[in-house]
Every structure is written in C-alpha cells, then in structure tokens.
Design a protein around this ligand. Structure first.
Ligand code: ATP
Length: 240
C-alpha cells in the first residue's frame, strides 16, 4: 500500500537527515518504526505525509508510492485527500474548541453527510471523550491523544501515520490507547505506520517493525523476530 524507496531528506537545503530509508507497509497491517531520539523517525513520517515542507525539508532522492501514486514532496492536503492521514506528535488538538468541534475539523476534506455517525463511532472507541463536553484544552494528556486519533478517523483515512502515541502517557493509558489502535485496525482495516520509543508496546500490536539509527534503517523483521532478537532485547526492550 505504501512503499518508501531509498529516500534521502535534507532540511534547509544542507542538513542531510535521512540517508536512504526504505520501508513497506502492506494494506491492512500495522508496521512500527522504532529507534532512539534523533534517528529520523518523525522526519520519515513527515516525508510521507508531505508535512516536511512546512519545516523547510525536502526529499532529495528516492520515491514514495502510496496506492500507486508518487507522493514524495507532494502537497499535504492532496495526500490527506488520497486517504493518508498523519496524527501529529504532541497531539495538536485545538484547545479552545470542544471535542465534537475538533472531530468535525477532522472531516473537513469530506463532503458527505456521514459526519455525525462518525462522531458517534469515535465516541464508541473512546467512550470517555463523550463525557467531556468542555473545551479540549482541559482534557488530560491521554484524552487529548485519544481525541487526536479520533480526529484522524473523521477523515475516513485508508492509512494513518501515528507519531509516538504513547508519549507522556502512564503505562496503564499506553496499554489502553494501543488496545484501541489495534481494535480500529481490526474493525476498519485501516493500515497504520506507528513511530514509537516504547518498543515493547509497539511490537505487541504491530505485524512488522523497522529500527532506525542515524537516518538509516539498521534492522527490520516481523514483530516476533524483533522481540526475540538479542540486540533489540538489549537496546530497546530492556527498560520497557
Ligand atoms: P524524536 O523521537 O526525538 O522525534 P526522531 O527519530 O523522530 O526523534 P527526527 O525528529 O526525525 O528524529 O530528527 C532527526 C534529525 O533531524 C535530528 O538530528 C534533528 O535535529 C533533525 N531535524 C529535525 N527537524 C529538523 C528541522 N526542521 N530542521 C533541521 N533539522 C531538523
């Protein structure tokens, strides 16, 4: 469904951050991208969603193919319309709007009348959001993360990119959020690429994983292969 082929990314015309990254995300699967701070995981997601442009970044080599279309250096809005949606790191919900208003925003690319039903569908996945009728700025970190994921569903995406969904959440909430992510994937067949520092949780829900270091993929395999790999155990699973 998504194939990233040997991409190189440069910021501000000179700073080379990705040095030939390739990865595949088959339809309906969950793939995770792991690695230390600064490895280039977020940059890889932004290259796919087109958001690199907003930070003066550019794909300078290689290509990105989403459902048969070349999208490298494409317009982010066109990429959303083609069914690929990025849930931003840090959640980026609109704090002075309610949950329902935030969810409606997620549907801005749609013209059909199913928006109200989809808001109900999001509340079914995240029941606690239904009870929060005040401004989104007052939601807890976990609830904001849930709202950000819910908002992405409102665009009826074929694939979503998630940037560190566990960030800032308690272990209990991380478990809950990953459980819901897995359920959404199973129920709706939405393909997912998840960037995570929390390798334990990510590999439990993912089918396949890639590990990045210093702008390159250094290892990839099925989740079981990675969970049993001695280096992965030592460097990525130890603390979790
Ligand atoms: P983290 O988990 O900290 O977000 P990451 O693996 O997602 O790490 P990136 O955020 O992709 O890594 O950053 C990779 C490298 O690119 C880092 O060295 C970072 O300093 C650099 N970088 C990121 N964004 C920019 C930017 N807008 N301009 C210049 N350099 C950047």
């Amino acid at each position: 469904m998504l194939s990233v082929n040997n991409i190189e990314v440069v910021y501000d015309e000179v700073i080379l951050v990705l040095r030939g990254v390739s990865l595949e995300v088959p339809q309906g699967k969950i793939v995770t991208l792991l690695g230390p701070n600064g490895a280039g995981k977020s940059t890889t997601l932004k290259a796919i969603s087109g958001l690199l442009k907003t930070e003066d970044g550019k794909v300078t080599r290689g290509d990105i193919n989403f459902m048969g279309q070349q999208i490298a250096n494409g317009n982010p809005e066109d990429i959303v319309r083609s069914g690929l949606f990025q849930v931003m790191e840090g959640r980026r919900i609109i704090e002075d709007m309610t949950c329902v208003e935030n969810l409606r925003l997620g549907a801005y690319t749609r013209k059909d009348k199913g928006v109200k039903d989809d808001i109900d569908m999001v509340f079914e996945y995240f029941p606690r959001l239904r009870e929060r009728t005040g401004l989104a700025g007052y939601l807890s970190g976990g609830e904001q993360q849930m709202l950000a994921i819910g908002r992405s569903l409102m665009a009826r995406p074929k694939m979503i990119l998630l940037d560190e969904p566990s960030m800032g959440l308690s272990p209990l909430l991380v478990k809950e959020v990953f459980g819901i992510i897995e359920k959404i994937n199973r129920d709706q067949g939405i393909t997912m690429l998840i960037v995570e520092q929390n390798a334990n949780f990510a590999l439990k829900v993912a089918d396949y994983g890639y590990i990045m270091e210093s702008g390159k993929v250094v290892l990839d395999g099925t989740s079981d292969e990675l969970l049993n790999n001695e280096d992965v155990k030592e460097f990525y699973l130890g603390g979790g």
